[in-house]
Design a protein around this ligand. Structure first.
Ligand code: ADP
Ligand code: ZN
Ligand code: ZN
Length: 743
């Protein structure tokens, strides 16, 4: 029952930072200064015996609760709103679309310190640069301390635009190394004036690149439509100069005094692009990603929100920053699944970027060499405009891709004789090789030679991965690890075999042939800090490292001139996934990894080892290219009625017992049944691909609808009534709208 209060507008509708699917109403004292109560200010409110921080969404005159029941706001924390009305609008929309509690969504939009109700000011950060003495010496004077040397080169390369924060995220002991460099007189601190919107042309070293005809056309088309919502898909093969297109358009937008949001899939790519942008624009650039400390993140957030930084560069969470003068959004590598958050608020930064652009009436560019099927279908149905870059820059051409049939072949640590030969020849020519294997560790399983027993995780339905150097068996799905065992867990036999290969094992084999110095491994175990990656990248750019081995981390963005051979060691398991997204991801991966070869004047070759040389996906991709593959896949999806031709949500549950998980989903299903319209299907309950993870049992329901609206109506019912199921309190559940994998 709605009880309206006759009092004028003094009811505050607040998004309180708690995991509940509703807003809360509060009131203020009669004599309260109402002017400070603008939507977007933070409030401290009484909540369940304690107090919580919330954000004011709306001031209104009616509440469904009696006025005397409403509690009084304890404190208004801000004089100016921290989130704008437009920001709040997007957040409310996100909360509805992903069926996620509004208070939690709002908390995503604020850095931790602000979430906690703290008062923080934007501090102008001092910067480091080389002293005159530093400019005069060569980095070789620091040969005895490689970290100092690497940091010195980093500062030199950035031309004096290194913040303290950058030094700290470069390496956890970065401050120590910089102190040592300062003590030697090579580096000093200085102050940069806050540059607001006007571009001052500091080191504009590469502004003068003449654009190719295709680049020119792309830049002109975006520049002609800067004052309204327009979605562009920039489809450009690897090495075709997409970044240059971005920079030209960014230039136009920041010259108008507006701000730009650039979303990147991976932290490891931000330093490179950051330094390219800094050199080009000479302005304050804010970065946002998960390896910043709370204080750094807060400063970066404030620098954008208060307009000191004109460009924000970040991974998916940067989407939630408040950007008051936003004039353009760029999503680079838009197909990348890391734009989809896989826990808690399972949002897609790409999809929400489109929404943000639409609501802000500004252009958005989605760039990729291997666009997602969704985006290609949006081009086909006229929602996106396509811009194409079909040529590599200069003399570079796309590499030749060859399948290496490894059936019946003897592999040494995962490498066939042919691949090994090709590697040796490339190294002998003083060129570089990239080897790709998406599996960390030494080997994915440890098996008893006598009885076939395999070491398994105690808490999950998976094999333990051998990490030889660390002397450990590790679970890649939970935190469990165990000292490497010497005897079979069943029969006691001491002959244990490491089955299969991971990067650590391939590395060992390569080091045995080419020596420690010429081989470098890049994966999550070997690269933990930005400094580690910089050291690795330096070894690659200097030409010292000849064979570069890595996981996913290596597949994106990096530009290595002298790489002429790419070897793909093993992707066969991806050919047999039950998830309908798998072929698309695999094709994208193969093209992206291949794109690392022959990016300069030397011709590139890609060798892909497989036991499935006749597989249709591989054949189409290699003989006809990604576009043909994508067209065929879209057709298959259409025939099968799969997204983007229908709409899905995955309702996941996990519980301490299998029967509890299944019983819960059965009850959910019967709860939904009366609301299921024609064109809607609720499939399941089915076990997740790995049922037991971290001692909990995982099951799911797949909901599929012909219309997006039908899907959301059903999810609304679900969220509203799921609490009626008694055992709901004993399980953990989540909703994943537009899931990108079915795990
Ligand atoms: P992509 O992002 O499409 O893979 P990049 O933007 O990294 O490609 O460009 C590849 C290389 O070509 C870079 O080294 C870049 O500086 C260079 N480049 C881009 N545009 C031009 C141009 N118009 N003229 C000369 N070099 C260019
Ligand atoms: Zn045994
Ligand atoms: Zn485990």
């Amino acid at each position: 029952m709605i009880k309206s209060s006759k009092n004028s507008s003094n009811i505050l509708r607040v998004a309180v930072m708690v995991p509940l699917y509703r807003l809360f109403d509060y009131k203020v004292a009669e004599d309260f200064d109402r002017d400070s109560l603008r939507p977007g200010v933070r409030l401290r409110v009484p909540f369940g015996g304690g107090s919580k921080v919330g954000v004011l969404l709306e001031v209104c005159s009616e509440s469904e609760w009696a006025l005397e029941k409403l509690k009084v706001v304890e404190e208004v924390l801000d004089t100016e709103p921290v989130l704008s009305v437009d920001d709040l609008d997007v957040l409310v929309w996100v909360s509805r679309y992903y069926h996620y509690p509004i208070g939690e969504v709002v908390s995503y939009a604020l850095p931790v310190l602000l979430r906690q109700g703290k008062q923080v000011r934007f501090k102008k950060d001092l910067l480091y640069r080389l002293t005159n003495l530093g400019e005069d010496v060569s980095s070789s004077v620091l040969a005895r301390s490689p970290r100092q040397k690497a940091l010195f080169s980093f500062i030199k390369q950035e031309e004096g635009r290194i913040t303290e924060a950058a030094v700290r995220s470069w390496h956890k002991d970065g401050k120590k190394f910089i102190a040592e460099l300062m003590a030697k007189g090579y580096v000093e601190l200085y102050d940069l004036p806050v540059i607001r919107s006007k571009v001052s042309a500091v080191g504009s070293s590469d502004t003068q690149l003449p654009l190719t005809i295709e680049q020119r056309q792309a830049v002109d088309r975006v520049n002609d439509s800067l004052d309204a919502y327009n979605a562009f898909l920039l489809e450009g093969i690897t090495g075709s100069g997409k970044t240059e297109v971005y920079m030209r358009v960014i230039d136009s937008v920041i010259s108008q005094g507006r701000q730009v949001l650039v979303l990147l899939p991976e932290i490891s790519l931000t330093p490179q692009i950051e330094s390219r942008f800094r050199q080009r624009f000479g302005i304050r650039i804010a970065v946002s990603h998960s390896s910043l400390t709370d204080a750094q993140r807060c400063q970066s957030w404030l620098s954008v929100q208060q307009g000191h930084a004109s460009v924000l560069l970040g991974t998916r969470s940067a989407l939630f920053h408040s950007i008051p003068r936003l004039g353009l959004i760029i999503v680079d590598e838009e197909h990348d699944s890391s734009f989809k958050q896989q826990e808690r608020l399972r949002f897609s930064a790409r999809d929400m970027a489109l929404l943000k652009a639409k609501k802000g009436n500004i252009p958005i560019i989605l760039g990729s060499a291997t666009p997602s099927l969704e985006s290609l279908s949006n081009v086909a149905n006229g929602r996106f405009q396509k811009l194409s870059l079909t040529q590599r820059i200069g003399a570079a051409v796309l590499p030749k891709v060859k399948l290496l049939d490894i059936r019946n072949q003897r592999l040494e640590d995962g490498l066939s004789g042919q691949l090994m030969d090709a590697i040796s020849k490339t190294v002998a020519r003083d060129e570089q090789v990239i080897l790709f294997l998406n599996r960390r560790g030494f080997s994915p399983a440890l098996m008893c030679h006598a009885c076939g027993w395999v070491a398994r995780c105690k808490h999950c339905d998976v094999n333990l991965v051998v990490h030889e150097k660390a002397g450990l068996l590790r679970c890649h799905h939970c935190d469990y690890q165990h000292k490497k065992i010497k005897q079979c867990g069943r029969c006691g036999c001491v002959e244990l075999v490491s089955l299969g290969v991971g990067t650590e094992r391939v590395e060992r084999a390569l080091v045995a042939v080419f020596g420690r110095n010429q081989v470098i491994r890049i994966d999550r175990d070997s690269v933990r800090h930005r400094g580690d990656l910089d050291l690795a990248l330096q070894a690659i750019h200097s030409g010292q490292a000849k064979v570069i081995l890595g996981t996913q981390m290596l597949s994106k963005g990096h530009h290595f001139e002298n790489v002429t051979l790419v070897g793909i060691i093993d992707i066969d398991s991806g050919l047999f996934s039950v998830d309908y997204h798998a072929p698309e991801k695999l094709a994208q991966l193969i093209i992206q990894v291949s794109g690392r070869a022959g990016r300069s004047h030397k011709k590139g070759l890609v060798l892909l080892q497989t036991r499935q040389p006749e597989h249709l996906l591989l054949r189409t991709l290699i003989e006809k290219g990604f576009a043909a593959f994508a067209a065929a896949s879209l057709l298959e999806r259409k025939v099968a009625g799969l997204p983007p031709f229908s709409f899905q949500a995955l309702f996941r549950v996990n519980a301490m017992s299998e029967s509890l998980a299944v019983a819960f989903l059965q009850q959910v299903q019967s709860l939904l049944l009366p609301h299921v319209e024609s064109g809607v299907q609720v499939l399941g309950p089915v076990p997740a691909p790995i049922v037991r993870r971290a001692q909990r049992f995982h099951y799911q329901l797949l909901i599929q609808a012909e219309q997006r609206k039908q899907l959301h109506q059903l999810l609304d019912f679900l969220v509203k009534d799921v609490g009626l199921i008694k055992i709901a309190r004993k399980v953990r559940w989540s909703i994943d709208v537009d899931p990108v994998d079915l795990y």
